[in-house]
Design a binder for this molecule. Structure first.
Ligand code: V55
Ligand code: FE
Length: 491
């Protein structure tokens, strides 16, 4: 195949753009506070080649790393491919050689044994290095690919999560890898790296079934893995099928252990059947209680994972809520107490300093029920979010920033302020149709970077950076302040 399929995975903000470029001093409407000094990194999947299969999905695209550099009220933009082994092999061949999403049995035989990661999910900053998960290190100044990172050869796990957690006080990196012992293995590796980037522990344990575990959480006392029944099957993969299939009748689990403890101390708590979450917001200890906040849905939010499990439910009928699970760890048999915190949505962000601690601010994306006209097409589910919410979990106070008709919004990053009385800012890319609602072609839009006061989202942006481009959908992003960029390592 040398043309892109015309499916939800390749239209709207999923239209392949494939441009590596640099632009200085983008036009700015409004004023950017000079205190915003550093880089907003974005992970952008964008196919370098047309896919091998017509039913390919947006999450299978090559990773690009984008950077909005903020300095003295000015903004520069750069974007480059992550030069994975997979990207390099396809670049040489001038065509796709890797087949379906996380199924090596569908690859061209010429690339057997070549690392097939696309490093397209989250930019992670730790101990002076920028990582594009899964495993590739980046030079933050040039965006050049340095190579794979395995903690100086110490890491045994074959995989590494897209969602490690950094403790804001200790600077430690807490992470895990599922399928740690190979494709469809039930083994999970749990690792901790110290503030300098040295691996200080790696322990393995087994989950009840081979589930995709996209995210986990830490508190000051615990490490916690919510496990949802979207499972892998080797025979299905060997037959060329999907890696993940949701199982609506299977129970979910919480695995919880002291974060500096031994995996033998793991406790297992059974949860509701059939539910799913990709992202946890945060968790914290409240005496013996543990509060865990997550973006919960009543089935898997990705149609390709539902359909592989024989679940045929339209996207807009999926129910969910930002949900709090509370667990009393003093009990011999702890259970999950559940209550809704806020409207459904995903891509939650909090201030870095609140990670694993009591907190009262979360920002996340949602679908505005009052929005006029169709949403901006794109993203992994085919429609982009069109509202930014700010929620105070403690008291339920909810504020929102709506968007112009037909516009879409991507995951924000939070920039803290030095002023303790200022809540900082959010940076987020907004895609606006080039024309009246419903009139512009799905690929015809303009991407702007909006600067928003984090505690006044209802006011709308205080500045808009005009890229003059239509950017492809982002997955996750990260803010890295100037002082940390200046202390970066490239080895
Ligand atoms: C997600 C994203 C992925 C993926 C699996 O947000 C899950 C969820 C961008 O890639 O491979
Ligand atoms: Fe994610």
């Amino acid at each position: 195949m040398n043309a892109f399929p015309q499916t939800i995975h390749f239209i709207g903000t999923n239209t392949p753009r494939r441009l590596e470029l640099s632009a200085r001093n983008l036009p700015v409407e409004g004023e950017i506070p000079p205190e915003i000094d550093g880089a907003f990194f974005r992970a952008v999947p964008d196919n370098a080649h047309a896919p091998m299969f017509e039913d390919d999905i947006a999450l299978n695209a090559d990773g690009m790393i984008a950077r909005f550099n903020f300095e003295q009220g000015a903004v520069d933009y750069d974007i480059r491919y992550v030069e994975t082994e997979r990207y390099q092999a396809e670049k040489r061949a001038r065509r796709a050689l890797f087949g379906r999403y996380r199924n090596k049995f569908t690859d061209d035989p010429s690339v057997e044994g070549v690392d097939r990661t696309v490093a397209n999910t989250t930019p992670v900053w730790h101990a002076g290095r920028l990582f594009m998960t899964k495993e590739d290190g980046r030079d933050p100044q040039t965006l050049a690919t340095i190579g794979k990172w395995d903690f100086y050869g110490a890491l045994k796990s074959e995989t590494f999560t897209a969602h490690p957690r950094v403790d804001p006080v200790t600077g430690e990196l807490f992470f895990f890898g599922y399928e740690a012992g190979g494709l469809c293995s039930r083994e999970i590796a749990y690792g901790i790296a110290d503030k300098d980037g040295n691996l200080v522990s790696e322990q393995w344990f087994e989950q009840p079934y081979c589930a995709t575990i996209h995210d986990f959480v830490i508190t000051e006392k615990y490490a916690i893995w919510p496990i949802f029944p979207t499972t892998a099957d080797l025979e299905r993969l060997q037959a060329g099928g999907a890696h993940w299939a949701h199982q609506q009748d299977l129970e979910s689990w919480i695995a919880i252990m002291p974060r500096y403890g031994k995996v033998e101390e793991m406790r297992w708590i059974k949860g509701p059947v059939g539910i799913s979450a990709f992202h946890e917001v945060n968790a914290y200890d409240d005496g013996e209680l543990v509060h865990l906040d997550l973006c919960l849905t009543d089935t898997n939010a990705f149609s390709f994972m539902r359909e592989a499990g024989g679940i045929h439910r339209p996207q807009q009928e999926i129910q969910g809520a930002l949900t709090r699970w509370t667990i009393d760890m003093s009990k011999a048999e702890p259970v999950i107490e559940e209550r809704p915190l806020g409207p459904p949505g995903d891509l939650p962000r909090l201030a870095d300093a609140d990670q694993g601690r009591p907190y009262n601010r979360v920002w996340y994306l949602s679908m505005n029920p009052e929005a006029q006209g169709p949403p901006m097409l794109g993203g992994p589910v085919g429609a982009n979010f069109n509202a930014l919410l700010r929620l105070e979990p403690g008291n339920g106070r909810l504020t929102a920033m709506g968007l112009p008709p037909g516009a879409g919004i991507s995951e924000p990053a939070h920039v803290p302020s030095r002023d303790p009385d200022h809540g900082g800012w959010l940076l987020t890319v907004v895609d606006l149709p080039n024309g009246p609602p419903g009139m512009a072609a799905p690929h015809d839009y303009s991407s702007e970077l909006w600067v928003i006061e984090a505690d006044n989202v209802e006011k709308g942006p205080i500045a808009k950076v005009k890229t003059g481009l239509a950017l492809r959908s982002q997955v996750h992003g990260a803010w890295v302040a100037r002082a940390r960029l200046d202390a970066s390592k490239t080895t």
